[in-house]
Design a protein around this ligand. Structure first.
Ligand SMILES: [Zn+2]
Length: 456
């Protein structure tokens, strides 16, 4: 019996266990004793560990943060990391999001693709390797996370409490073929105060919803005398609207939304508004701040004017998104999200960026850095996964780099590999999430083959 056949023998059991787990709505909820991410996530973890136990594996529950099972002997360990928590169902479903209905050769429900399907499949892949009595040199561990969608505190807890780091591994929580590069991501918040005594005073300003979304709308209101208001409310600029208010005027700007990892596909409404404000007769302190922002950021998406432009052939350019601004007559604050290419480091851009804001009188209120991930294409991990992918699917394809971040960043030596095939519809986090049963089984076979390739 070969490994692919052994996996197929598990088909009914795998579908049954997956459907049971899909019926548990494992969205994060308030922590309770032994349930750090809420009782439903805990139930989903318990269920998955029961499934592993029934397959004959001994299991470890890491205080409700994660669980794992393992097969084989050997000094070193390779890992498959999945997660059992899901995002809320949201609106727009035509089936019960927690009903685990099967129709059209598909299993429907929240978590089918992201990431219960691949996670439960990994348990059966491990059983297939054991049943085939394949010789392996390294232990194979299936790690079942519980907090991927809301911060990956699960893996942090695991590592902090002595959890073993794999020498190699993958997380089936991205896409095929292999994601071997993920840009470094920096989220930074700056604020600045100002006094106003000029003819035009800012009342408030607001734009954007989140740092990782290109803002499509921004608005600022001003007070001034009637004559100025008459004149300034008649200004014209593309994709902007100026209008009179009872005591002054307001400026609205329109942009095009896009994901923060691809800001070049959008148009930044905040950058547009600030650029227009740079031409207004504002009080000097505010004018200085606006002039700095218009000059350093404006509507740019690559950090050139801010002096942090970086580029490499593996992952392309540094991207920058000015995600939000909010303020009043005395102070404004803003959130910026930028992502540096995978062959660079935080030190190549972060300090220079922050220093310029500090010099211009801004305060940095917070900064969160998620380091880049990069495992070269000629490494053993990438070549092994690519070989498995080509053998199992007959498809070609090359390892790729992305601007987003996956679960792979949470633990060293891991890459995202699967479960989405090229050309598949995007289904994760959307209504009517589903997985084709054929794709589920193909994933189980690929996971089994990859486990063996890394452990043999
Ligand atoms: Zn996921």
């Amino acid at each position: 019996m070969n490994l692919n056949e052994a996996v197929l023998l598990q088909k009914d059991a795998l579908i049954g266990a997956l459907c049971e787990n899909l019926r548990i709505p494992s969205v994060q909820r308030p922590a309770e004793p032994d349930a750090p991410y809420g009782v439903d996530v805990r139930r989903s973890l318990d269920h998955a560990l029961e499934t592993a136990k029934a397959l004959g594996f001994s299991v470890t529950n890491v205080d409700g943060h994660m669980g794992w099972c393992e097969y084989g002997d050997g000094e070193e360990m390779v890992a498959v990391l999945g997660h059992l928590d899901v995002v809320p169902a949201g609106d727009g479903w035509t089936v019960d999001p927690y009903g685990a209905e099967i129709s059209d050769g598909k299993i429907w429900g929240r978590g089918t693709v992201d990431d219960k399907g691949p996670s439960i499949a990994a348990l059966y892949a491990l059983a297939a390797i054991r049943d085939c009595e394949l010789p392996i040199k390294r232990r194979i561990r299936v790690l079942l996370g519980c907090n991927e969608e809301t911060g990956s505190a699960d893996v942090k807890y695991y590592l902090k409490n002595g959890g073993e780091t794999p020498v190699m591994g993958f997380t089936p929580d991205g896409e095929y073929p292999v994601i071997n590069g993920e840009k470094g991501i920096i989220n930074v918040t700056f604020s600045r105060t100002y006094r106003q005594d000029g003819p035009v005073k800012l009342v408030d300003i607001k734009g954007g919803s989140a740092p990782n979304v290109v803002p499509s709308y921004a608005c600022a209101r001003f007070v001034c005398d009637e004559k100025l208001a008459d004149r300034l409310s008649k200004l014209y600029a593309p994709s902007m609207k100026f209008s009179k208010t009872p005591d002054g005027f307001k400026a609205e700007s329109f942009g095009v939304s896009a994901h923060g990892s691809t800001p070049g596909l959008g148009e930044n409404a905040i950058g547009r508004l600030i650029t227009a404000m740079d031409a207004l007769p504002l009080s000097s302190e505010l004018a200085d701040a606006v002039h700095f922002l218009a000059g350093k950021l404006g509507m740019e998406t690559d950090g050139k004017s801010a002096g942090i432009y970086l580029h490499d052939d593996v992952s392309g350019e540094l991207t920058l998104n000015w995600g939000t601004i909010e303020g009043d007559a005395e102070k404004f604050s803003m959130k910026i999200n930028y992502r540096y290419p995978v062959t660079f480091r935080y030190e190549d851009c972060g300090p220079r960026f922050n220093a310029q804001f500090a010099e211009a009188g801004f305060t940095m209120d917070s900064e969160v850095h998620k380091a880049k991930l990069y495992i070269p294409a000629d490494s053993q991990l990438v070549t092994s996964l690519m070989k498995v992918y080509r053998q199992q699917t007959g498809l070609e394809g090359e390892p790729k780099s992305i601007g987003g971040g996956t679960y792979a960043k949470s633990i060293p030596n891991l890459l995202a590999f699967g479960p989405i095939f090229p050309g598949d519809e995007v289904r994760e986090h959307k209504p009517d999430e589903y997985i084709e049963i054929d794709n589920l089984m193909k994933n189980a076979q690929i996971i089994a083959a990859a486990m063996y390739e890394l452990a043999k």
